[in-house]
Design a protein around this ligand. Structure first.
Ligand code: DGL
Length: 264
């Protein structure tokens, strides 16, 4: 029986999404795949990212998932128009993130932060303009944020300096709705607010996917699990002590078992 929800990311950043969904859907089982061996995706070409993504979707399908979520923004840009994979509902983060941003923005000025691949694709800008043609969009690639998170440099002066540099124009323009278009960025939430002000609205993938999944459950397109002993599996394509520690830190306090090393 197809029971769990499959989620994938290029690495461990997508655990920020898994954590939110695991908390909000306590009876659902999840199977997460982090492609650590090939991280980062954010500086790779669309062809390569798509090839990796298809391998992962096939892997998750073989785990008998009932829905698939592409938590990785860089990968979402190359699966933008697809809402199913071989008969399994497929969600990406760009559509729902854009809908949420348009909803919360009162002045129709939205900034998008992402990896170089995500920003180069203009996927957010195009989606936002389709939803609201007169919206003003500023896109900013922040490639140093991912390694800073991977190194654990959170609430750190170095991160603060990098954030000041990347966010200078957004701050100058007084933009108050900012899409965190990369799985790692929610970890830097407080660092970003320090630069942009406490009143900035940060749109995060975990929250927007919660609404999307709920809609699928409510419409009957997806069956809710009634499983009391749900399972949260975290599979990765490379395993080191560092990644093991980081995974538990990112998921805390949500318990995850032993990380599973898999070959795609
Ligand atoms: N997971 C990627 C994303 O959300 C960021 C890390 C990477 O570059 O692979 O775009």
């Amino acid at each position: 029986m197809n029971e769990s929800i499959g989620i994938f990311d290029s690495g461990l950043g997508g655990l920020t999404v898994l954590k939110v969904l695991a908390e909000k859907f306590p009876q659902e089982s999840f199977c997460y795949l982090g492609d650590i061996a090939r991280l980062p995706y954010g500086n790779k070409s669309p062809e390569t990212i798509r090839r990796y993504g298809l391998q992962i979707l096939n892997f998750l399908k073989a785990q008998k998932v009932k829905a698939l979520i592409i938590a990785c923004n860089s990968a979402s840009t190359v699966f933008l128009e697809e809402n199913e994979f071989e008969g399994i509902p497929l969600l990406n983060v760009i559509g729902p993130g854009s809908v949420a941003a348009v909803k919360v923005s009162t002045d129709k000025k939205i900034a998008v932060l992402g990896t170089s691949a995500t920003i180069r694709s203009h996927a957010y800008e195009q989606t936002l303009k389709k939803l609201s043609p007169d919206v003003e969009v500023i896109e900013q690639a922040c490639p140093l944020f991912v390694p800073l998170v991977e190194e654990g440099f959170v609430h750190d002066p170095i991160t603060q300096m990098v954030a000041e540099r990347y966010l200078a124009q957004i701050k100058k323009d007084g933009i108050k709705t900012v899409i965190l278009g990369c799985t790692h960025y929610p970890v830097l939430r407080e660092d970003l607010k320090k630069v942009l002000g406490e009143d900035v609205k940060l749109v995060e993938s975990g929250e927007v996917l919660f609404d999307q999944l709920n809609a699928l459950f409510d419409s009957g397109a997806l069956k809710r699990s009634t499983n009391k002993a749900r399972q949260v599996r975290v599979c990765i394509t490379d395993l080191t002590d560092h990644f093991e520690r980081l995974a538990h830190q990112l998921m805390d306090p949500e318990p995850i078992g032993q990380l599973e090393k898999v070959v795609l």
